[in-house]
Design a protein around this ligand. Sequence first.
Ligand code: SIN
Ligand code: MN
Length: 212
Amino acid sequence: MGHVSGNNTGFRLCPGWFDRQAQESLVTLLRKSVAAAPFYTPTMPRTGKPFSVQMTNFGPLGWVSDQRGGYRYQATHPETGAPWPPIPSPVLEVWRRLAEYPSPPEACLVNYYRPTAKMGLHQDADEEDRAAPVVSISLGDTALFRLGGTERRDPTRSFRLSSGDVVVLGGAARMAFHGIDRIYPGTSTVLGDWFPEGGRLNLTLRRVTVGR
Ligand code: SIN
Ligand code: MN
């Protein structure tokens, strides 16, 4: 398996971590969990502007955003009030194999990108634990991922993330700016009849609190 690192900044791209069959079984598992925690449209702090991605979470803590409360982690779904479903075991397995971190992840953010959705350049900065990496899994249509440095003005590189790829932002890359510039519609069939219009799912694993 090719690991594109290029340097020792703590950024790793693991192309094809999940083969097609593993992607399909993961999609089936995710679909069941999402039935208990439906996607919702988060809104921006202060402005209340809706995100173009839809979100839900698995695990003890979920990342949420809305006009009144801003960016935060909470134990319950903002619309149903229910605790988030557990993180599926094949997803936890990715963390065990790649995170090089003793504590388990507490949050698995699930982003759904419609073919026109994108995500602006940002840092993952709402976690108390910055020693743990951020590990993310791509499923469905290919995305153009942009990775910068720890300052917004730093130069950026772009990568295509395909279905089954895993990205690790650890070490010096833990606080790197990153975003999704675009989705390439029609590049994967793995989401099947769950999302007839296609699009992309991204699962982001994070440790939130400092491990006990
Ligand atoms: C994120 O930064 O929350 C998502 C990144 C991605 O979709 O690959
Ligand atoms: Mn992020």
